[in-house]
Design a binder for this molecule. Structure first.
Ligand code: BTN
Length: 270
């Protein structure tokens, strides 16, 4: 097995202490696989068979990893592939809260370990302007309410990454005193971070979380072009849309863009 469960459980406890978290995980069922198509898919299959929530699935590799916009997520050995099932009872129109709170929680947890991660709207983790990882949230909706959600995280550890990506192990190896030393430790930081972001959102709501999310938003204040007009990114709305102040000959106006309306791009490696 390429993912060491014992090492992971020890790391979960260490991370909880280091981050002074209240999140208790000992009773959360955990399924670890060597290879599967997609941790999100397997978690849905378990839920469809009556598995309880919360629940976590981790795989050492995926053969059909799912990315945003129906893209494939390259999932070779060495990366982190982890999904968490939650039951939020949230309006479907607010589904972005799950991705925003998870990304925020993971970024904050990684930053506590000396990794200067930023957020790229709507669902990416950035390191040195390159893609470190991404989040894919899938939901089941009944009568306009999300009853179940699977939040999947992919983070590059020692796997090969595309031109716009970065892997965390290489970054850590260049640090004087690296604090993240294994895939299992990264998994523990990501899981505790995700759950602490989720708990914070459950307790205090999105309005309270957003100011802190914006402090980590990579492109805040950047210039963008929307429908041929220049604008400046000014924030993210409580429903997860990108807020842009657009200039035209008649003055400036605020608009909100749904995910997918514009692409913010990445830097490329030197
Ligand atoms: C993105 O496109 O940026 C989101 C990628 C999310 C990938 C993760 S890997 C674990 C989980 N299982 C999947 O099939 N996808 C998510």
């Amino acid at each position: 097995m390429r993912f060491n469960q014992k090492q992971f459980k020890t790391a979960l406890q260490q991370v909880k202490e280091q981050l002074s978290l209240q999140v208790e995980l000992p009773t959360t069922p955990l399924h670890i696989f060597e290879t599967l198509p997609s941790t999100n898919q397997t978690l849905w299959e378990l839920l469809n068979q009556g598995a309880t929530i919360p629940r976590v699935v981790i795989a050492a590799q995926q053969t059909a990893g799912r990315g945003q916009w129906g893209r494939q997520w390259q999932s070779s050995i060495g990366g982190l592939y982890l999904s968490v099932a939650v039951a939020p009872h949230l309006k479907a129109s607010n589904s972005a809260h799950l991705t925003l709170s998870s990304a925020w929680g993971i970024a904050r947890a990684l930053r506590s370990y000396g990794i200067p991660v930023l957020l790229k709207w709507p669902n990416d983790l950035l390191l040195l302007d390159l893609k470190l990882g991404g989040i894919l949230t899938e939901t089941r909706v009944q009568q306009g309410q999300i009853t179940k959600a699977v939040i999947g995280i992919g983070i590059n550890w020692s796997n090969i990454v595309p031109e716009s990506g970065i892997n965390l192990q290489s970054f850590c190896q260049q640090q004087l005193n690296p604090q993240v030393t294994s895939l299992e430790m990264l998994a523990a930081i990501a899981l505790q971070g995700l759950l602490s972001g989720y708990q914070y959102w459950l307790e205090f709501g999105i309005e309270s979380l957003l100011p802190s999310y914006l402090e980590l938003l990579h492109s805040l204040g950047s210039q963008v072009i929307v429908d041929g007009k220049p604008g400046i990114i000014t924030g993210v709305t409580p429903t997860g849309e990108l807020r842009v102040s657009v200039n035209s000959s008649t003055g400036s106006s605020d608009i909100s863009l749904k995910p997918g309306r514009i692409s913010l791009g990445y830097s490329s490696k030197p």
